[in-house]
Design a protein around this ligand. Structure first.
Ligand code: SAH
Ligand code: ZN
Ligand code: ZN
Ligand code: ZN
Ligand code: ZN
Length: 441
């Protein structure tokens, strides 16, 4: 049968790896849980990046615990955030000719350190503009399974920023969205009347070289772990206080590695943090949120956040070779915005073909036809979908109704009984690690 890993979630008293508390998993077979439960790293899906492993019922000796703590400490970055902030202050005082960035160590260098990096590749004459756009200076981390960084195309980043300022938000909790954070910071520095603030929460510690403790927290969104412990948590809590009526929205664009339940659990904790800042309890409202994620995760996200809906807007990336905007004639992006805001408030650009459906009360993509039978604009991928009377729903244009399977499916398929589906997309025939919906390029 198809074996898969099921996440049992963050567990109280879980052991720690360098990425904070580990998550509890169990191996499943044929959709049923069986076998021993174990802890593994929350952030890294690839054993090469973090090989932490412990059986749930395993007895760990004092000596091993001590060794583990020692190891965890040794894995922490060589400079603290505080030190990096001081280094930055010194760096900007240097004349252009002395401003170097080591590409191998991904680090701003002070002149006294040049020698140590003498056989490394480095960039010279680092300008203030470059320091203000670290997402351009740093190379995107490319580990496919763990920490692939896909940066917003300017068009999409601009759209998101305009959208949330038009909606009246003045504070953005940027969780794994360094480029949005950067755009907000630059605009705030350049335009006096632009009064939006952003706090970046990200596991990529390289960003601590460019932002103060009030602008960046080293954070793991799979286990809600603040690496800076209490101080960083407090920074986040303070940021979420809506002083002077400055409304907060959280924007997140997590890696698509599966673990939706882990993300949802962390986001609920961030929402709770926001709720607790208000004594009157926000009238049972939820913290407004944009969760940027592929459309095929819709049902998983809605399982955890029933108040969310998926917008048709296609989010584009710079370093996705394939998923560029539809109008350029390439493949279309599968990435969408999920939000708990009222869909009719999310105005999508008409110049890109989006139009308002008065029945659905939301903007839809140009190819998304309102189906009279479903009474909804049913397309998920932007193409026009067709209604199947037997399935009683709309399906992809390329599908046909198979009489032996009694459902709509691809023309090319085998009518055999299929195993339990992939953990990510629910389709049969592959495991999560090989899910085609996860390979973005
Ligand atoms: N489109 C966004 C970047 C999304 S890529 C932008 O342009 O701003 C995913 C981001 O999530 C990266 O910045 C990556 O460093 C961060 N990330 C990956 N794993 C994480 C984790 N476990 N906790 C917090 N952030 C993480
Ligand atoms: Zn170096
Ligand atoms: Zn409609
Ligand atoms: Zn239909
Ligand atoms: Zn059908």
């Amino acid at each position: 049968g198809v074996a898969a890993l099921a996440l049992l979630g963050p567990a109280p008293g879980a052991p720690c790896c360098p990425h904070g508390p580990a998550l509890l998993f169990v191996k499943t077979s044929q959709g049923t849980e069986e076998g021993r439960r174990f802890y593994a790293c929350s952030a890294c899906r690839d054993r090469k990046d973090c090989n932490f492993f412990q059986w749930e019922d395993e007895k760990v000796s004092e000596a091993r615990l001590a060794a583990r703590e020692e190891y965890n400490r040794s894995q922490q970055p060589c400079f603290t955030h505080r030190q990096n902030v001081d280094r930055y202050k010194n760096f900007v005082l240097l004349p252009l000719s002395k401003r170097r960035f080591c590409q191998e160590c991904q680090q701003l260098l002070l002149p006294a350190e040049w020698k140590k990096h003498s056989d490394h590749q480095f960039l010279c004459d680092i300008t203030t503009a470059q320091l203000k756009s670290p997402s351009q200076l740093l190379y995107p981390l490319e580990n496919k399974k763990t920490n692939a960084q896909y940066l917003f195309a300017d068009r999409s980043c601009q759209f998101l920023l305009n959208l949330l300022t038009d909606l009246g938000f003045r504070r953005v909790l940027s969780v794994g969205t360094p480029r949005l954070h950067e755009m907000i910071q630059s605009k705030a520095a350049q335009e006096e009347e632009f009064n939006v603030r952003s706090l970046l929460l990200d596991i990529d510690f390289r960003y601590s070289q460019f932002y103060t403790e009030d602008e960046f927290c080293h954070y793991n969104m799979f286990n809600h772990h603040f690496f800076g412990e209490e101080a960083a948590r407090e920074t986040c809590r303070k940021f979420l206080c809506e002083e002077n009526g400055e409304r907060v929205i959280m924007v997140t664009d997590p890696p698509f590695g599966g673990l939706v339940e882990a993300l949802a659990s962390s986001f609920k904790k961030l929402m709770a943090m926001w709720r607790e800042t208000e004594k009157e309890g926000h009238d049972n409202r939820e913290m407004p949120m944009f969760w940027i994620f592929p459309y095929f995760f819709e049902s998983r996200i809605l399982d955890f956040f029933p108040s969310f809906s998926m917008m048709d807007y296609q989010v584009d990336y710079d370093n996705h070779a394939l998923y560029k905007h539809g109008k350029t004639g390439r493949r279309q992006s599968p990435v969408r915005i999920f939000t708990n805001l009222t869909p009719s408030m999310i105005v999508l650009p008409e110049e890109e073909g989006y139009r308002f459906c008065t029945v659905c009360q939301r903007y839809v993509s140009s190819g998304n036809q309102h189906c009279e039978i479903c009474n909804s604009c049913t397309s998920k991928d932007g193409r026009r979908w067709k209604h199947c009377v037997l399935c009683k729903r709309c399906v992809k244009p390329s599908w046909f109704h198979c009489d032996s399977c009694k459902c709509c499916t691809l023309q090319k398929h085998s009518c055999e009984k299929t195993d339990s589906g992939c953990f990510v997309c629910g389709k049969a025939g592959h495991k999560r690690s090989a899910c085609p919906s996860l390979s973005r390029s």
